[in-house]
Design a protein around this ligand. Sequence first.
Ligand code: NAD
Ligand code: TYD
Length: 364
Amino acid sequence: MMRKLKNILITGGCGFIGSNFIRYLFAQPNFHGKVINLDELTYAGNLENLIDIANQYEGNRYFFIKGNICNFDLVKQIFQDYEVDTVVHFAAESHVDRSILGPADFIQTNINGTFTLLEAARVTWTEEKKNGCLFYHISTDEVYGSLGQTGFFSEDTPYRPNSPYSASKAASDHLVRAYYKTYGLPVIISNCTNNYGPYQFPEKLIPLTILNAFEGKPIPVYGKGENIRDWIYVEDHCEAVWLLLQKGKIGEQYNIGGANERRNIDVVRLICNLLDEIVGPLSSGPRENLITFVKDRPGHDFRYAMNIAKIKSTLGWRPKTEFKLGLTKTINWYLNHKDWVERIKSGEYQKWVETFYGETKHAF
Ligand code: NAD
Ligand code: TYD
């Protein structure tokens, strides 16, 4: 049975990965369907991220709906009105540090929101209708917990989440799996490593470092900067999702990763050096001097690293973007989108910076 991919409900399409994915999708010559983007526009969602897509396709192949994934009546209505056959579920509260300060929104959106979407899919995609339908759930490597110096997460690694964020994502993954096993809902789950690239909200390590380094502000590095993440360029993640949407096997889980492990301190130093090359050093000297070690994150996972053998062997996918090249593109994007940054840095974001980094006594 060919998958329909006609009317795709994308949740959280105004966030970082969601907006990159929608742009990627409309650039695919073999995609002829419609996209319904359901987004609550929290602090992390920005309509501006998709202005080009809205200008070209709104009302024709692209439909934006401002709303909450926890609103069952709304979600069910969308399934019916747009004859949704595919869900790509990105919407989530996504920042670990915020989940430590206030977990409630994470439980609500990540667990109850996913449950609500699954319910709407279950009641709409009846036995007769569900052929060719797909509920694609976007998840993270963080559900697997933390690795020591060696080893990799595989699809069989037991879940051991350590933060309220990863625990809420783990719970949502479990619900998606249960809907497959219990109700036969056609699902796929993918778990990806840390993404970077254009449109990432500057609370996360890479955009925060780029902006602070550019502006000559202190660059906060937690603990000793020795924690390791596996970084993937967002477009490579989008490509993997697009392939899985078309060819992934129902009921399966796939790990996606960058095969690019780096210590935080090395990532930060590389960004500083690249910026020095691109715009010249600061009058006070090289940007590395801005690095400031701050109090560590509680429960800070030491290392994430993915075994991506399954998606490599089944779909022939592999990450393509070399890290230095991806970082250079990302830096240039932020340098060329100062208005976007300025608008983001007003209001809600500024409040967060004051609440969170206020404690570490660094002026931003
Ligand atoms: P993001 O925080 O940039 O965007 C989240 C989007 O969801 C925003 O547009 C926000 O407005 C929307 N949203 C939040 N709560 C909502 C609600 N209740 N109803 C409707 N919309 C809501 O997140 P991101 O970094 O783009 O991550 C997207 C997904 O990918 C998440 O599920 C995340 O767990 C997963 N993921 C992210 C990474 C990463 O490195 N960023 C890595 C692996 C997996
Ligand atoms: P982050 O971008 O928040 O992603 P995640 O916690 O989901 O991996 O953080 C990436 C790494 O960088 C993580 O080990 C925490 C660290 N970090 C800092 O050292 N300083 C910062 O200001 C931030 C935001 C993160």
